[in-house]
Design a protein around this ligand. Structure first.
Ligand code: HEM
Length: 441
């Protein structure tokens, strides 16, 4: 029998314009043009069919803020474990697994992409590494890393750079590499590894790209395993050393060491989860600074006011959310906002649409740092799987914003806005490259 998850709540379906109706009928999130400019499609779904079955993806798209919040608060009915493993290398999972067993030291399921009660134990352990307090202590060091990187680009760029490839991507990689205790100078490799891991949840792989990605992931795992062995023998002050020696606390208070498989998966998750996402947020920052009138001036006016700057960053994450949609799978028949979903169905929580929901954020396309409910955005998800790295992510974006204003001015897009390309994936909305011009300040 179907279970009602959100009592009898059924939102009003609005009448669609003929264009919206056609978009709803023909659109799919698998279409790369819609992935690049998704907002009309999101709106059509929110208004006409808020829990929309995307046939091409074989997924139910949850698009309203209220429904996203309800689903993410019920991790038992809507399983992350099954959602992610089903999404991983969709349709080619066995081959993917076999490749990693043969070439990548093993197949290590994501320990954090799991369900309670197991997830709760792993999550506690990870949270210790990312507390707001611990992150605050990192601010001076991260500021130095970001300062140096931007100073280098300004000195060498001759008024030109690729804001994504020269700044956003290497910046986030340098920060996390330092935290984990990995080797610097591997930005290109780590960037390729990140793309390969995130492609597993992007729903856009062919067999050929899946095998290329598996090769990258094998390379990544072999590197991490060697590092972990090194730090097991000689611990240093960093997160890999912490993870290889970490113990989880069981419900009865007893402690247990992480298994090797768990430790590898958590090192991999920490290296990758924050890279693409935070780099995307910083790339998006350059995008709005160079294309949206008044935003660069607004940032300059708040940059020395910590509180206002924080509000600016939150509104930026709401308006341009890096993560678009992540997976769940139903563990029983269920009704969400009037729509019946069978057990074992794949779902995507469309965070990008939740942040655009006009019933929660009036005039969602206007950038307004005075919104009273700014903090309700779902760029970091919510419920028990809410982003673990959010304090670090916020701080990196904030530090980047400060350093950009201090060192660069009169930034302009060096290509037409219509030429900007986005990574083909349902999971994030990521600008691939952003050539800009600027003057040194
Ligand atoms: C602006 C940057 C970031 C964004 C937009 C972002 C977004 C998200 C979102 C939406 C989720 C929820 C996943 C779900 O609902 O299934 C999540 C989870 C997670 N994030 Fe982030 N993230 C960012 C940065 C980071 C950083 C810097 C790290 C760590 C270095 C990190 C580590 C994680 C981990 C480990 C999880 C899984 C948590 C769990 O399942 O319990 N993220 N993130």
């Amino acid at each position: 029998m179907a279970t009602q998850t959100t009592e009898d709540r059924v939102s009003e379906r609005l009448e669609l314009t003929p264009e919206e109706a056609a978009l709803l009928q023909e659109g799919t999130l698998a279409n790369t043009a819609i992935q690049a400019q998704p907002r009309d499609f999101y709106r059509a779904m929110r208004h006409g069919d808020p829990i929309h079955f995307d046939e091409k993806l074989g997924s139910w798209l949850v698009t309203r803020h209220e429904d996203i919040s309800a689903v993410q608060s019920d991790p038992i009915t809507f399983s992350v474990k099954h959602g992610y493993s089903e999404q991983q290398a969709r349709g080619m999972r066995e081959e993917f697994e076999a490749y990693l067993r043969e070439h990548g030291g093993g197949y290590f399921p994501d320990a954090i992409m799991s369900d309670p009660p197991y997830h709760t134990r792993i999550r506690k352990l990870m949270e210790n590494a990312f507390t707001a307090h611990r992150v605050k202590e990192l601010e001076p060091r991260i500021t130095a890393v970001v300062h140096d990187l931007i100073a280098d680009v300004v000195a060498k760029g001759n008024g030109k750079c690729d804001a994504v490839k020269d700044i956003a991507i290497p910046l986030t990689i340098r920060v996390i590499v330092e935290q984990l205790g990995l080797d610097q100078g591997m930005e290109d490799k780590i960037s390729r590894w990140s793309v390969a891991v995130t492609a597993q949840i992007g729903a856009m792989q062919t067999r050929e790209t899946m095998l290329e990605n598996a090769q990258q992931i094998a390379d990544l795992q072999n590197y991490l395993i060697a590092k972990m062995k090194e730090k097991e023998a000689n611990p240093t002050e960093d997160m890999i050393s912490d993870l290889v020696h970490a113990e989880v606390t069981n419900a009865d208070g007893t402690k247990e060491k992480l298994t090797f498989e768990e430790a590898v998966s958590l090192c991999r998750a920490t290296l990758i989860a924050g890279n693409d996402t935070t780099a995307t947020a910083i790339g998006n920052l350059f995008y709005v600074l160079t294309t949206k009138p008044g935003i660069a001036e607004l940032l300059e006016s708040v940059v020395d006011d910590e509180r206002q700057l924080n509000r600016f960053i939150e509104e930026h994450l709401r308006a341009e959310p890096p993560v678009r949609a992540l997976s769940r799978m139903t563990t029983k028949d269920v009704v969400v906002n009037g729509t019946k979903i069978p057990a074992g169905a794949h779902m995507l929580l469309v965070y990008g649409s939740g942040n655009d929901d006009e019933t929660v954020f009036p005039e969602p396309r206007s950038f307004d740092i005075t919104r009273p409910n700014l903090g309700r955005h779902v760029a970091f998800g919510g419920g028990p799987h809410r982003c673990i790295g959010l304090a670090l992510a916020r701080m990196e974006v904030k530090v980047a914003a400060r350093e950009i204003v201090k060192q660069m001015m009169n930034m302009k897009l060096a290509i037409a806005e219509s030429e900007i390309t986005y990574t083909p994936t349902v999971a994030t909305r990521t600008i691939e490259s952003l050539p800009i011009t600027f003057e040194a300040r």
